[in-house]
Design a protein around this ligand. Structure first.
Ligand SMILES: *Cc1c(COP(=O)(O)O)cnc(C)c1O
Length: 343
């Protein structure tokens, strides 16, 4: 992909430092990594390789297709979506273990011979997972469970639901043959020791996301999109720019047109709200972000010309606020025109 139009700068040192910080906050619990959705857009193999090098042993993907793309690389992978009927060939091939979510998953897994698996139990989110009553009635008896896990619905808030979910999972301790219990995602790690159990499963914060204030200053930026200037021009007072003329120059203004747009995951929410930087010079987005193009003011760096590269502001909490989107969406939307460059 040497001809990729855009660059995604990925900071290995920051990724590893984030994992180490989350591992430390996890106390005696092991710290894994959610690498679903292609490593939240960074590239799952590149992420897993770096985190495995740092000591991470537990990786989580969503689907068997995601597991297949990592097969043979030596990672210990669990597949969160469990085993649909059409997954059984992949699921019994040994490339990963399933996270069983329903009684049908459990039956299907037993029928195929069983083997090591994880199980998701629902403690109140009402998304995926077997119920506590099903566990109590013996649904999981005899299963070779590695990790019995649940997922927090409101970990990024100070909600009474957090403690209720932790207590519900704790109540299942010893009820199954599970080697480990696991509850916390990134935000859950910040809730403290009561949430760590035996294994934590951060995703967002590994990649520079800050889901709770406690993690600000702990988590560093990993991802920086870079775009190239296709054209320079000067707006005269009264000139507008872009679709629907959403910006009008009040005075003569030096502008640059970048080769990035919402098709790349540089969402329309950045219209008149995002910015790029070259060195200390801030270059605000002006007008509406198009599919493949974005205009910035280069008043602060008028020496920039066609072919020069600029880095888009992508500190996730601030960028998400600017775009009016979640930090998760900003990562997972990053498109295919980026060359992912680990530094
Ligand atoms: C995505 C996911 C995680 C990671 O969540 P973050 O909020 O990104 O840290 C952990 N556990 C499960 C079950 C998930 O689906």
């Amino acid at each position: 992909m040497t001809d990729a139009a855009l660059r995604l700068r990925l900071d290995t040192a920051a990724l590893v430092a984030n994992w180490r910080a989350l591992d430390a906050l996890s106390g005696a619990a092991a710290c894994g990594a959610a690498i679903k959705a292609d490593g939240y857009g960074l590239g799952a193999a590149g992420v897993a390789e770096r985190l495995a090098g740092a000591g991470c042993r537990d990786f989580f993907v969503a689907s068997w297709g995601e597991a297949e793309r990592l097969a043979g690389l030596g990672f210990d992978i669990a597949v969160l979506h469990g085993v649909r009927a059409e997954d059984m060939t992949a699921a019994t091939s040994g490339i990963a273990r399933p996270v069983l979510n329903t009684a049908a998953h459990v039956a299907r897994w037993r029928e195929s011979g069983g083997g090591r698996c994880d199980v998701m139990v629902d403690t109140g989110m009402n998304r995926l997972g077997v119920s506590i009553a099903e566990v109590a009635s013996g649904l999981l008896d005899g299963l070779a469970i590695d990790t019995l896990m649940s997922h927090l619905a409101c970990a990024d808030e100070d909600s009474a639901m957090n403690a209720r979910q932790a207590a519900a999972l704790r109540g299942l301790g010893g009820r199954t043959a599970a080697r480990r219990l696991s509850l916390a995602n990134s935000a859950g790690i910040a809730l403290g020791a009561d949430y760590a159990f035996d294994l934590t499963r951060p995703g967002l914060a590994l990649y520079g996301g800050v889901p709770r204030g406690e993690l600000a200053g702990v988590v560093g930026q990993v991802v920086t999109p870079e775009a190239q200037i296709l054209q320079r021009r000067t707006l005269q007072a009264g000139d507008s720019i872009g679709y629907n003329a959403q910006f009008t120059a009040a005075a003569p203004l030096e502008v640059a047109i970048l080769n990035i747009g919402y098709a790349d995951g540089y969402w329309r929410g950045f219209s008149n709200a995002g910015a790029a930087h070259v060195g200390a010079a801030a270059l605000p987005v002006i007008g509406r972000v198009s599919m493949d193009l974005t205009a910035i003011s280069v008043a602060a760096a008028p020496e920039l010309g066609e072919g020069d590269w600029v880095a888009l502001d992508y500190a996730l909490p601030a960028a998400a606020a600017a775009a009016g989107m979640s930090q998760y969406e900003l990562l997972t939307g990053l498109g295919r025109r980026f060359e992912r460059r680990w530094g």
